[in-house]
Ligand binder design. Structure first.
Ligand SMILES: Nc1ncnc2c1ncn2[C@@H]1O[C@H](COP(=O)(O)OP(=O)(O)O)[C@@H](O)[C@H]1O
Ligand SMILES: [Mg+2]
Length: 257
């Protein structure tokens, strides 16, 4: 018999379960953000950490009642401030984020919501990228790109049989994004996962609107990174300036039909 006094309170139990993960990223604020995701049926449990990125820890979670896919990927932005100087460059000059305050917690929330919003645009544009489920605080829930709990390899970590096709699909994704007014801004072999011979673009936090003062510079760098990778790894030659032009043309035309 468990006395009433000792019976664990449901909410506190959930919070403790979450905190048990003991990773540096699971602080109280993160736990509170996660609790909401449990509460509204996005996730029902957390399995394990799959990666630790430069600004976020990545976890695999079990779906909740509101998500069809069996697993959910959680990107948990770390609370540390060190890399925020760089991030401010992207937020500043983006009209969507003017006048929102600058304290670090708020910046992280904005950053997280920004990645969510960018993934939504990618989805609308028909770009192969994880579908976003929900963003709360510093936690972003999205579609898991992988199989049986194993994330698909990054472009960098695999050898493709059809590199030309994959490259063309990446440039096509960039044009589609462009037609929806978005430039990824951190495109490279590190931020493309390859599943069933198709490239999925990830890591949309720093993506900017095409009217951002540095959008063209970011676009040129994106194209250059991809072109350089396929040249060095697969010996494929590219006309970078023509690829850039095609994205800019797509952006000019817009998504109006
Ligand atoms: N939707 C996803 N599905 C599967 N793996 C993912 C997904 N998103 C991220 N990852 C894994 O986590 C790593 C870091 O994610 P990323 O969004 O690139 O974070 P960072 O901004 O820290 O680079 C990726 O390289 C990839 O291995
Ligand atoms: Mg990344």
């Amino acid at each position: 018999m468990v006395s009433k006094r000792k019976r664990p309170d449901r909410d506190r139990f959930t919070l403790k379960e979450v905190l048990k993960f003991g990773s540096s990223s699971i602080d109280e604020r993160t736990a509170a953000s996660l609790k909401k995701l449990f509460g509204i049926g996005i996730i029902s449990s957390i399995h394990f950490q799959i990666a630790s990125g430069k600004e976020a820890d990545i976890y695999l979670a079990q779906n909740g009642s509101r998500v069809k896919d069996e697993v959910v990927l959680l990107k948990i932005f770390r609370m540390e401030t060190s890399s925020f100087g760089k991030r401010e460059d992207y937020i500043r000059g983006d009209m969507r984020f003017s006048g929102k305050g600058t304290d670090v917690n708020k910046l992280i929330d904005i950053w997280c919501r920004k990645e969510y919003g960018n993934l939504k645009i990618a989805e609308e544009a028909g770009v192969m990228a994880p579908r976003p489920y929900y963003a709360n605080g510093n936690v972003l829930a999205m579609e898991f790109i992988g199989e049986n709990g194993i994330p698909s390899p990054r472009l960098k970590d695999m050898k493709s049989e059809h590199p030309e096709r994959i490259m063309e699909m990446i440039f096509e994704s960039m044009r589609k994004l462009g037609s929806y007014g978005l430039v990824h801004g951190d495109m490279s072999e590190y931020n493309v996962l390859v599943k069933n011979n198709a490239p999925y673009i990830i890591d949309f936090g720093q993506a900017v609107r095409i009217d951002h003062p540095r959008a063209k510079e970011f676009l040129e760098r994106d194209v250059h990174n991809i072109a350089t990778f396929f040249r060095k790894r697969y010996g494929i030659l590219n006309d970078e300036s023509s690829e850039i032009t095609k994205v800019l043309e797509a952006a000019d035309k817009g998504n109006a039909t």
